[in-house]
Design a protein around this ligand. Structure first.
Ligand code: CA
Ligand code: CA
Length: 180
């Protein structure tokens, strides 16, 4: 009789151990899910912070550009003062059909003037897809520099520009010729 009780006690303790192990495994699983989700969220917000947002459709400089250039399809337009005169300028990446080259992708800077009008820089080649613009005052003085990045058939590239004499000058870059 005593022997039987001992055996059933052993069974119960084994069962308890199994339940504890199961609970620990379940908690670990949910904890790992939570951590993974949290990491994903922080990566997402970091990306948003790094890349400048697209301006709203009713942005005055964007509307003016589209009215003057109806044949140019805007892909990305981001606003910042890049001429160091406190007036916000607009960086515009657009696609256009070229009679000889076919579809081309270009970047122009719409420079805001004191009288409310805009002047445009000469178009320069821009990445074909996944375009991103970042504003960063790299030398922490004068004009705000900007970084244009993107891809073409999986090849990624970027270049850093500063406005010099009214034109974006390529200061440094890598792989830009493979993605433009
Ligand atoms: Ca400006
Ligand atoms: Ca600067």
């Amino acid at each position: 009789m005593e022997e039987k009780t001992k055996k059933s006690n052993k069974k119960v303790s084994l069962l308890i151990k199994a339940v504890i192990v199961l609970v620990v495994v379940v908690i670990a699983f949910f904890l790992s899910q939570y951590v993974a989700e949290k990491n994903e969220k922080s990566t997402g917000s970091r990306r948003e912070r790094v890349y400048a947002p697209m301006v709203e459709d009713d942005n005055a400089a964007l509307v003016a550009f589209q009215q003057e250039n109806p044949q140019r399809k805007v892909v990305l337009a981001c606003e910042e003062d890049v001429t160091n005169d406190t007036l916000k300028d607009l960086l515009i990446i657009y696609k256009e059909d070229d009679p000889t080259e076919g579809e081309i992708t270009r970047l122009v800077v719409s420079i805001a003037q004191q009288d409310g009008s805009y002047t445009y820089t000469e178009p320069i080649p821009a990445p074909i897809e996944n375009q991103g613009i970042q504003f960063k005052n790299i030398d922490e003085e004068a004009e705000m520099e900007f970084i244009v990045s993107g891809e073409k058939d999986g090849a990624a590239g970027y270049a850093i520009y500063r406005m010099i004499d009214g034109q974006p000058m390529d200061l440094f870059g890598d792989g830009m010729e493979d993605c433009c």
